[in-house]
Design a protein around this ligand. Structure first.
Ligand SMILES: Cc1cc2nc3c(=O)[nH]c(=O)nc-3n(C[C@H](O)[C@H](O)[C@H](O)COP(=O)(O)OP(=O)(O)OC[C@H]3O[C@@H](n4cnc5c(N)ncnc54)[C@H](O)[C@@H]3O)c2cc1C
Length: 260
């Protein structure tokens, strides 16, 4: 491994049937994160070494020198399943230092609106908890999508935050429930209904590519795209042009050549 820094797994907590929070105690040379940042984690599995990126779901204000990552096992995912099923207390994982520019500005954001879905909850969860811990939570709306109520990652904590903080307004949307689930999808009309002043807010969004595209389109049409801040867990697929002809591809390290 090229990683020097390691973290010890001190707690594992099953959030839902396919999502797990790991509490990690980093070794020396760790430096604190900004709420919303992520970390690269090395995962040994089946005799190989993999690296994946996970947002730090806990706020920097946490006092026990530990941090958490919350991982959702995705369909056909190699490592997320392994983390959710097999990582145990006492394991050591190589980690990088916190990185990323998806965080709140130091100056008070005017009025944030978080739009998240699935495991995309993690940066928002860290940011909102950080603002609460600092006693400077502004009027905040949060729209979160999950297929069903029992799928909401960190759902109990979100509901408790909603209950105990007058300035935090949580809107949970279950995208596969109701008579016509397609009506639960993100739309400008839905935004108007849940958060009428959304055009005046700083929007922090994290979720699957389709949701992020819909938000981008909506905010572009409303002329407020500059207020949108996005974190992507997956790169969007690029359309292959119809006239693409391919070519020879050479892998520099292995010196293997093939048709692309
Ligand atoms: C900045 C950042 C922060 C993140 N934070 C979190 C977080 O807080 N929580 C979280 O759960 N995840 C987070 N992720 C996602 C995480 O890094 C992993 O991508 C995720 O856990 C899936 O890993 P995997 O090994 O299970 O999936 P992989 O095996 O890497 O597969 C990923 C996806 O690609 C598809 N795929 C794989 N191979 C191919 C192929 N050859 N062709 C087409 N499609 C393919 C799979 O079907 C799957 O949908 C974050 C990612 C980034 C970049």
């Amino acid at each position: 491994t090229t990683h020097k820094l390691q973290a010890r797994v001190v707690k594992v907590w099953d959030e839902t049937k396919d999502a797990r929070t790991l509490t990690l105690r980093p070794g020396l040379n760790w430096r604190g994160h900004r709420a919303g940042q992520h970390v690269r984690v090395g995962i040994p599995a089946d005799g190989k070494h993999y690296t994946r990126t996970y947002t730090i779901s806990s706020p920097p204000e946490r006092e026990d020198d530990c941090f958490t990552i919350t991982v959702k096992a995705i369909d056909k995912g190699t490592i997320s399943h392994h983390i959710v099923r097999n990582i145990k207390v006492g394991d050591y994982l190589p980690i990088g230092l916190p990185q990323g520019d998806f965080y709140l500005p130091d100056a008070q954001p005017i009025q944030p609106l978080f739009i998240t879905a699935g495991s995309g909850i993690t940066p928002a969860f860290s940011m909102i908890n950080s603002l609460i811990a600092q006693g400077r939570l502004p009027d905040t709306h949060h729209i979160h999508y999950a297929p069903h109520e029992f799928d909401v990652v960190l759902g109990k904590e979100l509901k408790a935050m909603d209950r105990y903080n007058d300035r935090y307004h949580l809107h949970l949307i279950y995208s596969r429930e109701g008579e016509d689930p397609s009506r639960n999808r993100f739309s400008a009309a839905q935004l108007d209904a849940l958060c009428p002043d959304w055009k005046d807010r700083d929007v922090y969004a994290c979720g699957p590519p389709s949701l992020l595209e819909a938000i981008e389109q909506c905010m572009t049409e409303a002329g407020c795209i500059r207020r949108l801040h996005v974190e992507r867990f997956r790169a969007p697929f690029t359309e292959v042009p119809a006239d693409a002809v391919g070519g020879r591809v050479r892998f520099a390290q292995s010196d293997v050549e093939t048709d692309g």
